[in-house]
Design a protein around this ligand. Structure first.
Ligand code: ADP
Ligand code: MG
Length: 234
């Protein structure tokens, strides 16, 4: 397993959010975390990326425990994060945002480089000297994804992949994620656009009140209107 999460519990001070969450991801697999607002998706992502320390449970990434590791160690270990809200550096240029994220790995036969990220997102190449604050929402999300790719991740985690973007831009992002999947990159994708997720992902986990209440592949989720009604409010 690329990622193996067992009995994950976490919260904020006295308020507990995750109550024993289990999930696994194989190499090259694309899975989603679904569930209504406030159910614990971002809290799970924060635990995976080292931004929040779990209170119980284990997170194994490539066979090693990462649940006590700080964010930079996890990033260097190969977990790339596209956080909710993007968090690009508004006062740095596109070039600076990308270059400061770079992590080189000797073991890659086709590593992500500055040039390769610009080939993948030509729009960013046209915006290299622009500050992060001058970018459109879509460009910011491309930059956030490009920045994560610069770390040469084995697992890319996207929290609200297309939130707040116009339909046409969302489509562009979905096409890019499909291209990354075709390259064999494993991903965890969080988003509200169920149709796009059903097309992109292999498997799905539904979180409700900090627990996994449904899991299955795209065909099963597509067919299970009861689960969709109960857990996703669609
Ligand atoms: N920094 C925080 N401090 C306190 N409570 C938080 C914080 N972030 C999230 N929460 C609470 O944790 C719960 C789960 O939130 P979150 O994981 O962000 O949900 P989701 O991403 O599924 O919408 C919510 O009740 C939310 O209000
Ligand atoms: Mg969230």
């Amino acid at each position: 397993m690329l990622l193996d999460v067992r009995g994950l519990e976490a919260g904020y001070g006295p308020s507990k959010v995750l109550f024993g969450l289990d999930l696994v991801i194989a190499e090259g697999e694309v899975v989603t975390l679904l569930g209504r607002n406030g159910m614990g998706k971002s809290t799970t992502v924060k635990c995976l990326s080292g931004l929040l320390r779990p209170t119980a449970g284990e997170i194994l990434f490539k066979g090693a425990r990462i649940d006590r590791a700080p964010p930079h160690v996890i990033a260097h270990g190969g977990l790339g994060l596209v956080p909710e809200g993007r968090h690009i550096f508004a006062n740095l240029t596109v070039r600076e945002n990308l270059l400061m994220a770079a992590i080189r790995r000797g073991d890659r036969k086709d590593p992500w480089t500055f040039e390769r990220v610009l080939d993948f997102f030509p729009r960013l190449a046209e915006r290299l000297g622009n500050g992060g604050a001058q970018l459109s929402g879509g460009e910011q999300q491309m930059l956030a994804i490009g920045r994560a790719l610069m770390t040469n991740p084995d697992l890319l985690v996207l929290d609200e992949a297309t939130e707040g973007l116009a339909p046409l831009i969302r489509q562009q992002i979905w096409r890019k994620l499909e291209a990354l999947k075709a390259m064999g990159l494993a991903m965890i994708v969080i988003d509200k656009e169920l149709d796009a997720l059903l097309g992109l992902a292999d498997r799905h986990y539904v979180i409700e009140k900090g627990e996994i209440v449904w899991r299955g592949d795209s065909a099963a989720l597509d067919a299970d209107k009861t689960a969709q009604d109960a857990y996703l409010g669609v």
